[in-house]
Design a binder for this molecule. Structure first.
Ligand SMILES: Cc1cc2nc3c(=O)[nH]c(=O)nc-3n(C[C@H](O)[C@H](O)[C@H](O)COP(=O)(O)OP(=O)(O)OC[C@H]3O[C@@H](n4cnc5c(N)ncnc54)[C@H](O)[C@@H]3O)c2cc1C
Length: 290
């Protein structure tokens, strides 16, 4: 059973901060509740007050931003999945959210809740990390911006202050000749391993690359050595196979965490398999934009 709590339903951020403060810190923000209510039901957390963020217009919705995107924290996975703006600007994100959980969770769970909960077996943070996304936060002390790597600092652990609200995620526009791809393997409900790759291709050659892994290490991580292996490769011939093999070799030294999905060695193997397919997909998209 979920312990009893008061529910505050603010219409503005200032009202949300006031409701949080009125509970003397014995409060938590809630959006879809798909994680928080489970945690409370299992007895791992209890709060006097839950402050529902869904009635605050500033936190919700998807806007184009000069070829990039601004996605409000209370926007659900399903809304992202069905958004023409996201399909146009960032197809890899549509594919990602379509693979999250099931329709019920996607219809209720939000992007902000996913990031704020920082469950290591989750999808969005890894692609957003590789995409240089900016997270906007607001609290009683003011507003600030941060990156995924500064925000997620451990399993279920972020640099968000308890009274701070994640407002939105800003995703920069793809550069000319850029491709972005994300893939995961999941044996249970949540990802066992995932890889995101972002590349730019110019004149048929990979000019820049970013690689991030998720659900393998304690937090989503950039892997600069795997990215470096792709840079300079000819996007169209056997050199690409060689570059991908080089990238896979670098993933062998990942500090992977053993868990119910498999041993650290097995998870490093999964990273290699995902890297090969994701690098090819990102490069193919980039070649299409070259
Ligand atoms: C069966 C199941 C399968 C799942 N499978 C996947 C999967 O395959 N991939 C994946 O990525 N995820 C998966 N998830 C997780 C799912 O994506 C999250 O449950 C959802 O996105 C969380 O959003 P929420 O709005 O429900 O968060 P809530 O439960 O409302 O909140 C989660 C946490 O974030 C805080 N919070 C929420 N919003 C904000 C905000 N704007 N600012 C500050 N703090 C905030 C809350 O205080 C709480 O601590 C799964 C979940 C379930 C139940």
């Amino acid at each position: 059973m979920i312990p009893r709590f008061r529910l505050a339903r603010p219409a503005t951020l200032d009202e949300a901060f006031a409701a949080f403060e009125a509970a003397n810190g014995d409060a938590a923000y809630v959006a879809g509740g798909t994680e928080l209510l489970q945690v409370m039901k299992m007895g791992f957390a209890q709060f006097d007050t839950l402050v529902d963020l869904k009635g605050i217009p500033e936190l919700h919705g998807i806007e184009g931003d000069g070829g990039g995107l601004r996605i409000g924290a209370t926007t659900t996975h399903r809304e992202i999945e069905r958004s023409p703006a996201v399909a146009d600007a960032f197809p890899a994100l549509v594919g990602l959210v379509r693979s999250v959980a099931n329709t019920r969770v996607r219809s209720t769970g939000t992007l902000g809740g996913n990031l704020a909960f920082a469950e290591p077996h989750s999808d969005p943070a890894t692609l957003l990390l590789a995409s240089d996304a900016v997270l906007e936060l607001a609290g009683p002390a003011g507003r600030r911006e941060t990156t995924v790597s500064e925000f997620v600092v451990g399993p279920l652990s972020t640099t968000r202050e308890p009274d701070e609200v994640l407002v939105r995620v800003r995703i920069p526009a793809a550069k000319p000749g850029e491709g972005r791809a994300y893939a995961k393997l999941a044996f249970f409900e949540r990802p066992a391993a995932s890889v995101a790759v972002r590349v730019t291709v110019d004149g048929g050659v990979v000019r820049s690359a970013t690689v991030a892994v998720g659900s393998l290490t304690e937090v989503p991580e950039l892997v600069p050595d795997a990215a470096a292996a792709l840079v300079g490769a000819d996007a169209g011939d056997g050199a690409l196979n060689e570059a991908i093999a080089g990238g896979i070799a670098t993933l062998g030294s990942l500090d992977a965490v053993e868990d119910l999905n498999g041993s650290a060695d097995y998870k490093r193997h999964l990273a290699g398999v995902l890297f090969a397919s994701t690098a090819r997909a990102a490069i193919a998209e980039a070649v299409g934009h070259d």
